[in-house]
Design a protein around this ligand. Structure first.
Ligand SMILES: [Zn+2]
Length: 330
């Protein structure tokens, strides 16, 4: 007798699935097919440089003849990364590069050999040291399946050249964007660049400009990426590699958001809104105003982009809000 209300509630949930409707996804938003038996996809891009995805995150590794260099360890496929490497080489992992300190990209590194060299920007090391503080309310990475990772044994401020066997990676820092310490990882021989959490090929970026800590730095990073001579970009998300064209497209989308955020700030009338809402509740007044500005920016942006990138109807307003706040205070 007690089961019936639950079944009814479930039926109700499924019958209202239209609530979750969104714009159709363009073809460019589709990632590579993931083999069901393995749960990951691994492919050589060129000359011993491989990329790996489980459909949501991307990472890469290189065989060098003298050991494997692996870049990042998304906990969503940390164990699969070891299998993907074993699929193509018997070389052990000797070098690990962290793109940045976020647990969802490196929280699986506890599975890598402790004896390897761990390389990252100096700020990434500082952040990882802070995050290993046992008095924190929640341990590092606990909500993304990660745990404490080895601290970088080699750090740098501006650039570092990593040469192992027949491979070379140039690691460079060009200023704050997504997170201080988020580096450019460049394989010149293969013309492959890895830069995480800026470009989402075929999609609008993750919510809030992919939680960028520095909005203006995030926007500028599009040009910095394009200043490298690369054919393929390992962008960290979602399930495919990015091309120069993907970066150009996202840059144009971001330029539109900036232009429309500026227009909305000029056209949405704060005093008209204050006339209706009143000044007594400042939180309500500013929430109503900023929501109206963000909505206007989204209304101006979405029609042009809705059939070009996945998720435009979901997150454009949120990107607008982030850019509007940066225009107001940065
Ligand atoms: Zn990140």
């Amino acid at each position: 007798m007690k089961i019936r209300p639950i079944i009814l509630a479930l039926t109700c949930l499924f019958s209202t699935s239209a609530t979750f409707a969104a714009a159709p996804l363009p073809e460019s938003a589709k990632g590579v097919p993931i083999p069901k038996d393995k749960g990951y996809f691994v492919e050589e891009i060129k000359d011993g440089l491989y990329w790996v995805t489980e459909g949501a995150y991307t990472a890469m590794f290189l065989t060098t003849g003298k050991g494997v260099i692996v870049v990042d360890a998304p906990p969503s496929f940390g164990d699969k990364m070891l299998k993907a490497i074993a699929d193509v080489t018997k070389e052990p992992i000797t070098h690990v590069v962290y793109s940045h300190a976020h647990a969802d990209h490196i929280g699986g590194a506890s599975l890598y050999p402790k004896t390897a060299h761990y390389i990252a920007h100096i700020e990434t090391k500082k952040r990882l040291q802070r995050m290993s503080d046992p008095s924190r309310a929640f341990p590092y990475g606990m909500f993304v399946g990660g745990k404490t990772v080895p601290l970088p044994s080699i750090t740098f401020k501006e650039s570092y050249t990593l040469k192992v066997g027949n491979q070379e990676l140039t690691l460079e820092y060009k200023g704050d964007d997504h997170e201080p310490g988020n580096i450019y990882i460049y394989a010149q021989k293969q013309k492959v660049l890895m830069k995480t959490d800026i470009i989402f090929p075929g999609w609008t970026p993750f919510k809030g400009l992919a939680i960028a800590e520095d909005t203006m730095g995030y926007l500028k990073a599009h040009d910095v990426i394009l200043s490298y001579d690369f054919d393929k970009l390992v962008s960290g998300h979602w399930g495919r590699l990015a091309t120069r064209n993907d970066v150009e497209i996202q840059k144009q989308y971001m330029q539109d958001i900036q232009a429309n955020a500026g227009k909305a700030l000029q056209t949405v009338d704060f005093y008209a809104i204050a006339g209706k809402v009143g000044y007594a509740n400042t939180s309500l007044l500013f929430e109503t105003y900023l929501n109206a500005v963000s909505q206007e920016c989204a209304n101006l942006t979405e029609p042009k982009w809705i059939d070009k990138l996945g998720g435009v109807d979901i997150w454009t307003k949120d990107h607008c809000y982030k850019v509007i706040m940066a225009i107001r205070v940065d």
